[in-house]
Ligand binder design. Sequence first.
Ligand SMILES: [Zn+2]
Length: 349
Amino acid sequence: MQASNHTHTKINNKNFILKEIIINKCITRIDLAKFTGLTKMTVTNIVNELKSDGLILESDEFDNQNVGRNPIMLCINPAKTVIGVYLNRDYAEIFAGDMSGNIYDDTRTYLRDETTDSINKKISSCIDKLLKKYKNVLGIGISAIGPLDSENGIILDPPNFFGIKNYCIKEFLQNEYDLPVYVENDMNTSAIAEKYWGFAGDIPDYIYLGATNGIGAGIVMGGHLSRTIGEIGHVSIDINGAKCRCGNNGCLEMYASIPHNIDPESHEEKCRYLAHGVITLINLFDPGTIFLGHRIPLLGEDAPDKIKRYIKNRYISKSSNDVEIKFSKFGRRSPKYGAVAIFVERHIF
Ligand SMILES: [Zn+2]
């Protein structure tokens, strides 16, 4: 019992330190001890482990100018690569990324009348090319439409997706490449991208709200992804409304979904409907911050302010401060960064 607790603490401390290095880009050992509250000895031991894992480098290992002048910084090793896949109804994007939040060599392949086999072929031909170029690949992270079984990496039965059901994408890629593969829905991955490379940083409780032709939310509580499904798009806002694809009536996504060619005249109305979703999220989870992403930035720069105006005096929150509502750092590109982020979150942490 004691041994397992000890191991658990050690893993937590290692995760904690690596997360601080990712968030700060480069950091000294002294600041690491200060920010994490861990002893200098613990920091030194864990830093040595991360160095021997090849996940971090000291600044003098790649920046000669630094030698002898400045304190040595600990930085993420940019040579360690993650292959990312963003799979949605219209296309798959395949790319390489690193733990510093950079994305390289992305290829988009459009999907038309597909089967699981044809999608597998399209994705694997792009991955083959990346594997020729990148030698230090840690594994594969996938940001996909849901609903999905993330533990087993199965995309279950997404509506309007060529009639495909129970698509075992994780099993296929693991067998094909013998690399670790992690699959998560694109709202959850986007929420995690915000933690490492976006605007969330050390904020413990926040929500990522994304809208395209569907609407969903990734909920982070205490710095970790909540297992709560964020199907906010299927909260009814009109019990007498038309029937939704989920069987319910008057679901939020029937009013607030955002096509990619959104008419500017409907920006205001979309913000008003999205505000209803935001109110529900605040009443259920009381987050400090809500990040808006996917296609919500298409509603104009002032969309967060409009939504803030619509929610004013319409929710109950135990926090004394107002909930912050702002755009996510990566907007429409959030799910791509999310694919790399979910790999980091699941594999390393
Ligand atoms: Zn619905």
